[in-house]
Design a protein around this ligand. Structure first.
Ligand code: SAH
Length: 222
């Protein structure tokens, strides 16, 4: 006998619940249908602990262990929409794999994803999720402040942890015509920044929104 999802407590992860999140994002300025579709498709409840699955389609950040969080869906949507705005990136570098959710959204959009995480255990869990979903995401256990020079330059770069200043290594690994989004600021107040590099390598910077991210830390841990 097959149990209905509602019967085993998966009602809170149903399509109806996900659609409600999409409408909320739309109401908050997310208009790129490709992004909304990716968020509708990628099962966010598989990127958090089972005990939190019922909250996975709320527009809120959730703990993923090691003092880290899976970003709020609106932030994921806003950053992703920014990378796609007026551009057709093929490759993207993400710093801060975390749960793997942001990387999975980018992979669902057809991008070739490179992601770097400093906490080994988070990375191993994220890799299992990519495998389960059949997603081909390239990942590395390293301090992402050095980027991932071997595959540079990238058409897009997304940094999902905050630092007071954006390191030059990441700016250098952005391709001409590319876009980088990153939260910049201290622990209490940060701004989401967009950097665009033109064909001559000149960088233009725009402030997008106030945000709250966990800090970008140095070194690696297992
Ligand atoms: N994009 C993630 C958000 C995770 S929170 C998601 O979708 O779930 C930010 C992540 O950045 C944490 O996992 C943290 O360990 C990682 N991080 C912090 N400093 C880092 C660094 N220097 N290099 C790589 N990852 C880093």
């Amino acid at each position: 006998m097959r149990l209905k999802p509602e019967a085993i407590g998966l009602g809170m992860t149903s399509q109806r619940v996900r659609d409600r999140l999409i409408e909320r994002l739309r109401g908050n300025g997310i208009s790129d249908e490709r992004v909304l579709n990716a968020i509708r498709t990628v099962p966010r409840h598989l990127f958090v602990d089972e005990a939190l699955a019922t909250r996975a389609y709320e527009d809120t950040a959730l703990p993923i262990g090691h003092g880290q969080t899976i970003s709020q869906p609106w932030v994921v949507a806003k950053m992703t929409q920014t990378l796609l705005d007026g551009a057709q990136p093929k490759t993207v570098l993400e710093i801060g794999t975390g749960s793997g959710y942001q990387g999975a959204i980018l992979a669902a959009l057809g991008l070739e994803v490179y992601t770097v995480e400093r906490i080994g255990e988070l990375l191993r869990t994220a890799r299992k999720r990519f495998r389960t979903l059949g997603m081909n995401v390239r990942s590395k256990h390293d301090d992402g402040r050095i980027g991932w020079p071997e595959h540079a330059p990238y058409d897009a770069i997304i940094v999902t942890a905050a630092a007071p200043v954006l390191v030059d290594a990441l700016k250098d690994q952005l391709a001409p015509g590319g876009t980088l989004v990153a939260p910049v600021g201290g622990s209490s107040s940060q701004t989401l920044l967009r950097l665009r590099k033109d064909a001559d390598g000149v960088i233009e910077e725009t402030e997008l929104a106030p945000v709250v991210f966990v800090p970008l830390l140095s070194g690696m841990i297992d």
